[in-house]
Design a protein around this ligand. Structure first.
Ligand SMILES: Cc1cc2nc3c(=O)[nH]c(=O)nc-3n(C[C@H](O)[C@H](O)[C@H](O)COP(=O)(O)OP(=O)(O)OC[C@H]3O[C@@H](n4cnc5c(N)ncnc54)[C@H](O)[C@@H]3O)c2cc1C
Length: 488
């Protein structure tokens, strides 16, 4: 039995509604920027031809829909592409890529628009906007799902959970499957099912030469290795095919909150408690400035399996310390997967640094607790790895950080621009204190120097650079955690 489930996002629906079936007017050449920063003048006739070739729409700055389409999630980012190709099919993407490639035009690719440093929108180039390609098709019998390159994690969760199936998705439902699944894909069930990249069966990829390629273990295996962790470096993914797993969308989980004064003791216990847990158990920290002033501190748990077993596993944790509250029990996974959507909503100002904790050592705990202070203290949180994630060899995919305890994220969120300097400074101060206890970082999150990004791929980097050289020698896809093409 093959069932289709289509999900709509408000943004995609709004953009799709503006798609006209009429010819395009382009009177003047369009001023644009090349991939290497030189000024370009794009011939009006060629721009018109590109616009008319799209099943979607080419938006110029004067067109209705341009302002909405250029916006991405992080309100810090305000860039104006020369053109936005709103694509509705792989053929649209091929036309847009070919146009840019032939002219050396700067390109950015927007999936869900959740890049913290705003890599999905470019100044003066061509933005390839996939947000109208959001369908998700579930094959319940074969336990697979195919998501469009612009689908959101909430679309994938909704479509798969309806069949009591799941694959790993992240913690905020309006994140895009595109960037998420190419960079690694951490989530609350990764210890049980592996990272998102570990569940990829195949990807439809438009490479820099405009070709649409099937990328899997059998076809283009080098590319398949590279795109699982190598981000958007190798092309535009128009469809992702995932392995699904049996999953009860009613999980056993919830949150325990403590007074911040107990943070050190709770963290020491957390380090010990998380040493040997079943794959079903996911245990994460969450902390931030509380609305009443002061700081909140808590632990969030999920047991993705039998509830009675989950109750037993989490019982010692629940008995520890003197919590302020504890709501752990059976709950809809959807509730947890959407609980952060509001606080992480579109348009707020965001800044983030992160790194991996290989171990939660007493020294790391001291650094966290002693330096988490101040009026503009950021949020911090962890994402639990191990389990299935650690059973994959570091060189089996481009994602080498397999033996990590947790990903440690520090995130400032604010709305008043006048606070930007002090918010970012407070975050950097806290990060500087914790960074010595971190080893490497999740490339999907940090805005770090190219050298740091390359080093972060470790022994996998030379192979990544070689494959980049074969498939994108001119570095068309450069607005990402960029891998420099090695000359053939
Ligand atoms: C609120 C929030 C919560 C998050 N939670 C998690 C989490 O739980 N787990 C986790 O692993 N990560 C998480 N992330 C990080 C997230 O994985 C990255 O920000 C990721 O890049 C988002 O993908 P996107 O498609 O929304 O991003 P975009 O901004 O659209 O793109 C980011 C990068 O990916 C490339 N890209 C996007 N789609 C495609 C595509 N279809 N083909 C080729 N390249 C593409 C872009 O070119 C760009 O370089 C979170 C981020 C945010 C902002």
């Amino acid at each position: 039995m093959k069932r289709r489930t289509f999900c709509k996002s408000a943004v995609a629906a709004a953009v799709a509604a503006t798609l006209p079936a009429c010819s395009m007017k382009v009177a003047e050449p369009i001023a644009a920027v090349s991939a290497t920063g030189e000024e370009l003048s794009l011939e009006a006739a060629a721009v018109k031809e590109l616009g008319e070739s799209l099943g979607g729409r080419l938006l110029l700055s004067e067109n209705e829909g341009y302002e909405a389409a250029r916006k991405i999630w992080n309100g810090m980012i305000d860039r104006r592409p020369a053109m936005i190709a709103v694509c509705t099919s792989a053929a649209d993407v091929q036309n847009a890529v070919t146009f840019a490639s032939e002219r050396g035009l700067l390109v950015s690719v927007k999936g869900g628009g959740h890049s913290f440093p705003g890599k999905s929108v470019c100044e003066g180039g061509l933005m390839i906007d996939l947000s109208s390609m959001y369908s998700v098709e579930v094959d319940a019998e074969n336990k697979t799902a195919v998501a469009g390159g612009g689908a959101l994690l909430g679309h994938l969760d909704a479509a798969t959970h309806a069949h009591n199936l799941a694959t790993t998705t992240g913690v905020v439902s309006h994140t895009g499957v595109g960037g998420f699944s190419l960079g690694g894909g951490l989530g609350r069930v990764d210890r049980k099912f592996g990272l998102a990249i570990d569940n990829l069966i195949s990807v439809d990829l438009v490479t820099a030469d405009g070709q649409l390629r099937q990328v899997s273990a059998e076809e283009n295996p080098d590319l398949f290795w590279a795109i699982r962790g190598g981000g958007g470096n190798y092309g535009v993914a128009t469809a992702f095919r995932y392995q699904l797993h049996d999953f009860d969308p009613q999980i056993y989980g919830g949150e325990i909150f403590y007074p911040f004064e107990q943070a050190k003791d709770v963290l020491l216990y957390f380090a010990q408690f998380t040493e040997s847990l079943p794959d079903e158990a996911n245990v994460e920290l969450t902390a931030g400035p509380s609305p009443e002033g002061g700081r909140f501190f808590g632990i969030q748990v999920v047991y993705a399996g039998d509830h009675a077993k989950g109750e037993k596993v989490f019982a010692p944790l629940r008995a520890f310390g003197k919590p302020l509250s504890d709501n752990i029990g059976p709950m809809a996974y959807h509730t947890m997967q959407t609980a952060g959507d509001g606080i992480m909503r579109h348009g707020l100002l965001n800044y983030l640094k992160s790194g991996y904790l290989n171990e939660v050592t007493p020294a790391a705990i001291d650094a966290i607790v002693e330096n988490y202070e101040g009026e503009h203290a950021p949020f911090f949180w962890t994402q639990h790895l191990g389990g299935q994630v650690a059973r994959v060899a570091p060189d089996a995919t481009a994602f080498q950080h397999r033996s990590v305890h947790s990903n440690f994220g520090i995130n400032a969120i604010w709305s008043d621009e006048s606070e930007s300097e002090s918010r970012i400074a407070a975050l950097r101060k806290f990060y500087a204190a914790v960074e010595p206890h971190m080893a490497g970082f999740y490339t999907n999150l940090n805005e770090d120097s190219e050298e740091k990004t390359w080093g972060n791929y470790g022994a996998n980097y030379p192979r990544l650079a070689k494959i980049k050289g074969q498939h994108d020698p001119n570095n068309l896809f450069r607005l990402n955690a960029n891998i420099k093409p090695e000359a053939a």
